[in-house]
Design a protein around this ligand. Structure first.
Ligand code: SF4
Length: 688
């Protein structure tokens, strides 16, 4: 063993820090991570990585890792054996199920876990416990984008590949801080823009790096993207700058949709959005002049009360201009977590089975009954957001949550944490004793990506394998093993020996993954769904038809929903998003010395105008208060923001969490929290 420890191992893995899905070799010696070495054959990134992928791995050896199950006794946690922990879960789950029914239990999967683990989580909920109360954290970010695509083009994933974005003549980025959130993808756009004459339009509140580089930067008022998108689409249609042939042959609903656009005149759009008529016309002309257009968007669009509708408006615009089904074109919602795409793809959703087949469809349930040997519940389950309400209403008693620090990342966390306290029984499975785990009755120690095998699906629908680099630390276990043990303790008889067994089962049941197998994913090989039984994959969607009965896409009329309005005293709008160096709530990256040495804790960006008005400078401590909670943080004065618009990076897992400020308001179609609709009042606490 001593000799082995001295050997340098090189193992292929897939980055866990964003949806770009960079893959690379990790060099290790014993448990030391020596370096990350990208390979030319990596399909999403080639030889590129960003700072997170390159330096963000030493958290796996953090002393704070959980290595034994914990059981709550009163106010304290005690270490326990796996047997004890599983036994307690069995007792409590059974007791609650017998007393209150299967729907008193709920399951939340994670966008950080593998496809196989999300598959097992929903199977546990449906086949073992008997409830559709299963969801995943894409509910917090990308579900509205998926909804917009389902309504119009039928597949909830990026229309093409990163390569298509790279070769597009025009890239429109809406509500996405791409350079910091999806760095390697942003690099592709930057170089196409610089070297190949690609045009770039950015719509955002904040003048981030992509905005600085753009050919046209528009700054609509918060939550008004749907209005300018619709006005630009109307202007294109009125001038005959739409793709008549494409619309005739491949799209339904043109007439009704055009009627719905009537109200979106340039004048009206200018009034509502603050974007000038001239800029709206310029946007339309740039779309007219480009043979191919891609639209990239993220949480600046989705995290609003009309998030699904705005995503739909984006897809409508692309359909009107024939920008689907050809190289270099299409809709690209940029998935945040590494496996946001896969967590939903593999069925951790309250209304959809793996491959997005509907739970409500009897034939689908019949298929799974044959595969799993049990009857499935037909009633749609609760999503994350509804689960929290259901706990407050006394209807939901138990929750099994893995890999998600919901007590930080959900909106209005004071309300969410109160729900955790009300739960009769709460199981949390994670790497660390997170803020959420602190509320648990049982905490199960899981293993991170480097300590397990499995697959992730990146933003391009690309399924890639990760290989085990290290042994699980201490008594921690890969999530798929833990879920299997929980299932078997509850009476199931699962015998998965390797994640490839799980994938084989999923591929046999869900048409979308019919030809997916570990053999076809060896090394740097990858597959983009849908995958035919013979292994043919689909880098570019919709080349022949859209997945609707008649093969045609649908224009879907939408109306603008006004963002949440606040009392006058809450006069400052809070925007929030990522920082390049940190990932999400920061549970992993703040434990990485390689990263914290580069970026410390968070701050609030204040515009020079507001700074002058309130007398604050860099480093001034302020208190921000919304109707839902308050935070204190230091100011950074910058012209990236303007007027009474402030920006808070969300990557902070301590008292600065932005979700102490956010409300419980949500997208009306998907319940994704309206994180971006926050207003506060600001109090200056001390000057520097
Ligand atoms: Fe990881 Fe995303 Fe950076 Fe690639 S761009 S190395 S996937 S964080």
């Amino acid at each position: 063993a001593a000799m082995r420890d001295n050997r340098i191992n090189k193992t292929k893995t897939v980055c866990t820090y964003c949806g770009v899905g960079c893959s690379f070799d990790v060099w290790t010696k014993g448990r030391d991570i020596l370096k990350v070495e990208p390979q030319v054959e990596a399909p999403a990134n080639g030889i590129s990585t960003c700072v997170k992928g390159k330096f963000g791995w030493d958290y796996v050896n953090s002393e704070e890792r959980l290595t034994k199950p914990l059981i709550r006794k009163g106010e304290e946690f005690h270490e326990a054996s796996w047997e004890e922990a599983l036994q307690l879960i069995k007792e409590k789950f059974m007791e609650i199920k017998e007393r209150d029914g299967a729907n008193a239990l709920s399951f939340i999967s994670s966008s950080k876990c593998t496809n196989e683990e999300s598959y097992l989580m929903q199977k546990l909920a449906r086949a073992v416990v008997g409830t559709n109360n299963v969801d995943n954290c894409s509910r917090y970010c990308q579900t509205p984008a998926t909804m917009g695509l389902f309504r119009t083009v039928g597949h909830g994933g990026d229309a093409g590949s990163i390569k298509d974005i790279e070769m597009s003549e025009l890239v429109i980025v809406i509500g996405s801080n791409t350079a910091e959130s999806h760095p390697v993808l942003a690099t592709r756009v930057k170089s196409s823009h610089k070297l190949r004459g690609q045009k770039l339009i950015v719509s955002d509140l904040r003048k981030h790096e992509m905005a600085e580089r753009s050919d046209l930067f528009i700054r609509p008022k918060p939550g008004t993207d749907l209005v300018w998108l619709s006005a630009v689409t109307k202007y294109l249609a009125d001038n005959g700058w739409i793709d008549e042939e494409f619309l005739r042959n491949r799209v339904n609903g043109l007439e009704e949709y055009r009627e719905s656009l009537e109200k979106y005149t340039l004048e009206e759009a200018e009034r509502i959005t603050g974007v000038s008529k001239a800029e709206l016309i310029k946007t339309a002309e740039m779309i007219r002049d480009a043979k191919t257009t891609c639209v990239l968007w993220a949480m600046g669009v989705t995290q609003h009360s009309g998030g699904s509708d705005t995503s739909t408006a984006i897809s409508n615009l692309l359909l009107m201009t024939g920008n689907y089904g050809k190289p270099g074109a299409g809709a690209y919602p940029l998935r945040g977590h590494n496996n946001v795409q896969g967590a939903s793809d593999f069925g951790s959703m309250p209304d959809r089975m793996p491959g997005y087949e509907l739970v409500a469809d009897e034939e689908v349930r019949e298929k799974y009954k044959n595969g799993w040997g049990v009857d499935l519940p037909s009633e749609k389950g609760w999503n994350n957001h509804e689960m929290v309400d259901a706990v407050h209403e006394g209807k939901l008693k138990a929750m099994y949550l893995k890999g998600e620090d919901m007590g930080i990342v959900d909106s209005n966390i004071n309300y969410v944490r109160a729900a955790f306290e009300k739960l009769e029984f709460f199981v949390v499975q994670d790497l660390f004793l997170t803020e959420t785990a602190k509320f648990a009755d049982v905490v199960l120690p899981a293993s991170p990506s480097l300590e397990k095998e499995g697959t992730f699906t990146n933003t391009e629908r690309r399924i890639q394998r990760l290989y085990q680099v290290l042994e699980p630390l201490g008594g921690s276990k890969p999530d798929w093993r833990i879920i299997q043990e929980v299932a078997n303790t509850l009476g199931a008889n699962w015998n998965y020996e390797h994640p490839s067994d799980i994938m084989a089962e999923a591929a046999g049941l869900a048409d979308l993954f019919a030809g997916v197998s570990y053999e076809r994913l060896e090394g740097y090989d990858s597959l983009q769904w849908p995958v035919e039984p013979d292994g043919t994959d689909t880098p570019l969607l919709f080349t022949e038809e859209f997945p609707f009965d008649d093969g045609k896409a649908k224009l879907f009329p939408v109306d603008w929903t006004k963002p949440l309005e606040y009392e006058k005293e809450y006069d400052i709008h809070v925007n929030n998003g990522r920082l390049l160096e940190h990932f999400h709530e920061g549970n992993m990256t703040y434990k990485s010395k390689g990263i914290t040495s580069k970026t410390p804790r968070v701050f609030v960006e204040v515009s020079p105008e507001l700074a002058k008005e309130r007398g604050v400078t860099d480093g001034t401590l302020v208190r921000l208060e919304s109707p839902y909670g308050a935070v204190r943080m230091k100011c950074l004065v910058t012209d990236r923001v303007r007027g009474k618009e402030v920006y808070i990076p969300m990557n902070d897992n301590n008292a600065g969490a932005v979700n102490l400020l956010t409300s419980s308001y949500a997208d009306k179609d998907t319940d994704t929290p309206a994180y971006k609709e926050v207003s506060v009042r600001m109090e200056v606490l001390e000057k520097t």
